[in-house]
Design a binder for this molecule. Sequence first.
Ligand code: FMN
Length: 343
Amino acid sequence: MTRAVVRHSTAAAAVPAIDMSTRLGSVGLPSPVLTASGCAAAGRELDQFFDITSIGAVVTKSIMLEPRSGRATPRMAETPSGMLNSIGLQGPGIHAFLEKDLAWLRERGARVMVSIAGGTTQEFEEIAKILREHGGFDALEVNISCPNVADRGQVFACRADSAAAVIGGVRRSTDPSIPVFAKLSPDVTDIGTIALACIRAGADGLSLINTTLGMVIDVDTMRPALAGVTGGLSGPAIRPIAVRCVWQVRDVLPDVPLIGMGGIRNGADAFEFILAGADAVSVGTVVFHDPSAPARVHAELATLAAQRGFTRLRDAVSYAHREADPPPADTDDGYDLSLPEWV
Ligand SMILES: Cc1cc2nc3c(=O)[nH]c(=O)nc-3n(C[C@H](O)[C@H](O)[C@H](O)COP(=O)(O)O)c2cc1C
C-alpha cells in the first residue's frame, strides 16, 4: 500500500496574526523556525510534507570538501527520550552539493543556511572560499563540533583558541554580507567563554547546541551499541542542557543573534528557547518521526506566543531574563499577612 503524502499548510486559518519575523545578523526571516543541520538533508524530502519556503530557512547537512561515506554501522541507537548517532559527516563533498542540493534549494526558492565542517582550519577556509565564489545562499553555519586532525582529534568547539581560529578564517574567507554562525558544543566547562571567543573572532551569531557525547552498551551483546563506540545524543533528553546553554550565552552576549536547538518537538518547546534568549530555533530529531514538524512548530509557536499576549515574537526573545515581576498592586510586599477570620 502506498502512503498518501499529506502536505501540511502553514497558511492554516487557525494561525493567529502575530509578527513571527526575526533577524539573524544582516538577514531577515519571516519565521524563526529552521531545520537543524543533518536532520533534513537539503530539504528535498521534507518538501513533500510541507512547503519548505514557508519556514525561516533550511539548514543543510554539514558539508565537507571531499565526499565521505561516514562511520561504520550501526550508527544510530535509541535512548530514553533521545537518540544517539555517529553518522560521521557522510556527504557528497562541496562540489556535488553546490551542483545538486544548493541548485535545487535555489530553484525551489527556499532561504538557505549552508552548514560546513572540516578537519583542519584550512579545510574550513577552503570550503568558505568555494562558497563565496559560487554564492546563492543566505547564511553560513560553521559546525566546529568536529575533530581537529592536526590536534589529536580534539574537537574544535571544545577550546576557545581552536574555535576562534576556525571562525576567524571562515569569516575572512566569506562575503561580508553573509552572516557567519558558529555552532557550539555543550561538552565544555564554560560555554560563555567559547561563545565570546567566536564572536571576537568575527562570528555574527551562534547556534546552540550540537549533540552531546553519549554512549549505549547493548546488554545482550555486552558491547557498545554503536560501531563508533560513542555518539552524539539528541532529542528531548538534551533540551534542558540546550536551554541552559542559550540562557548562559544570552547573559554573556545580550545583543548577539542566537539560534537555539535541542529536543524541540512542539511550539511550547520552541517558546522555551525564545524565552531563554534565542532569536530563532532549529528543529532536528523530531523530524525523523514527524517530517512536517518544522511547519507545525511554527504554527504552534505563533498560537502560544499570541495567547501570551505578544503581537511580535521578537518581543518574547529573552523574556525569561526580565527582572522579577512586581508584587500585586493591592499588597505591600506580595504576601497577604492578614489573619484569617476564625482566629
Ligand atoms: C542524525 C543527526 C545528524 C546530525 N548531523 C549534523 C551535522 O551534519 N551538522 C551539525 O552541525 N549538526 C548535526 N546534528 C546535530 C543537530 O543539528 C542538532 O544540533 C542536535 O541534534 C540537537 O537538536 P535536536 O535534538 O532537535 O535534534 C545532527 C543530529 C542528528 C540527530
